[in-house]
Design a binder for this molecule. Sequence first.
Ligand code: NAI
Length: 338
Amino acid sequence: HPSNLQMEGSSGLRRADCRAKGGAPGFKVAILGAAGGIGQPLALLMKMNPLVSVLHLYDVVNAPGVTADVSHMDTGAVVRGFLGQPQLENALTGMDLVIIPAGVPRKPGMTRDDLFKINAGIVRTLAEGIAKCCPNAIVNLISNPVNSTVPIAAEVFKKAGTFDPKKLLGVTTLDVVRANTFVAEVLGVDPREVSVPVVGGHAGVTILPLLSQVNPPCSFTPEEINALTDRIQNGGTEVVEAKAGAGSATLSMAYAAAKFAAACLRGMRGDAGIVECSFVTSQVTELPFFATKVRLGRTGVEEIFPLGPLNEYERNGLEKAKKELAGSIQKGVSFIRN
Ligand code: NAI
């Protein structure tokens, strides 16, 4: 009768641990902020991923409830819950992949940068825990403003002497998911058949969809390009306004995060040709971080693809994106250095 629900110190640990060790090969994944709007459906989706053998759910509130709930799903992953800062280190020890949706979301009228004050400190604390307990883990950072939180995590890791640029990835998948959906709507096709590269960063004008590089090849009128670019850049705000104070995108974000994490896990397993867009340490532009298509492999980001040919509209967008990104990156770096 011991269930596979494992809060710290519970007596049922042994049997599930045996199962985790003797069971199918898989990866150990932690979600930090697992009781939140994104964290809960993301926990559900990661529990369904057959590449996950152990799933650690950490939050400063409600982790026991979410853990009990998700642990009843009859899928392979062993689920353990961790509540509050004193349990952070146990949540992180031994993890292969750490997904971070911890932090406050936007309310109507807010920009992602308005979240900096609260989320910067949260990301610093969590990154310090990762540097100490699982320095080799691949990190998927969702907490906003991503354009600043990724530089924050990088600085924390540098300070600790554990920074591996291949293993720190800002999650911009929701921008790609939205772009695929909105472009498919205009083209009148199934969104699963559409692939839109989205580069730059993850906020407003830094979100740069490359509509000249859509796969399958297609063309748009200037009006369609304007409308699509605007909708992709402001898709998050569309949700924030519709939710009218109840938060930002959580369900589509959990889907996007699970899609991205699954790609990371397939890469870690050694699958070939896994390509996703992500905000990473990069030399594609003069900025230290930039989102482009990257190839994911056993060690994380194994190849960063160039931007490819841009049209004039996209070149203008790129200049605007870089200007804003430079400030957001600097803000994150300064938060740790000063
Ligand atoms: P939420 O408020 O529903 O959940 C956040 C969770 O983080 C809460 O359960 C909270 O207890 C937890 N938390 C707070 N401080 C923590 C700490 N120190 N350690 C661990 N957990 C902590 O927010 P939601 O909607 O889940 O959004 C989370 C973050 O994701 C926000 O910053 C939001 O802006 C961002 N986001 C990013 C997107 C992207 O595309 N990268 C898209 C949508 C949201």
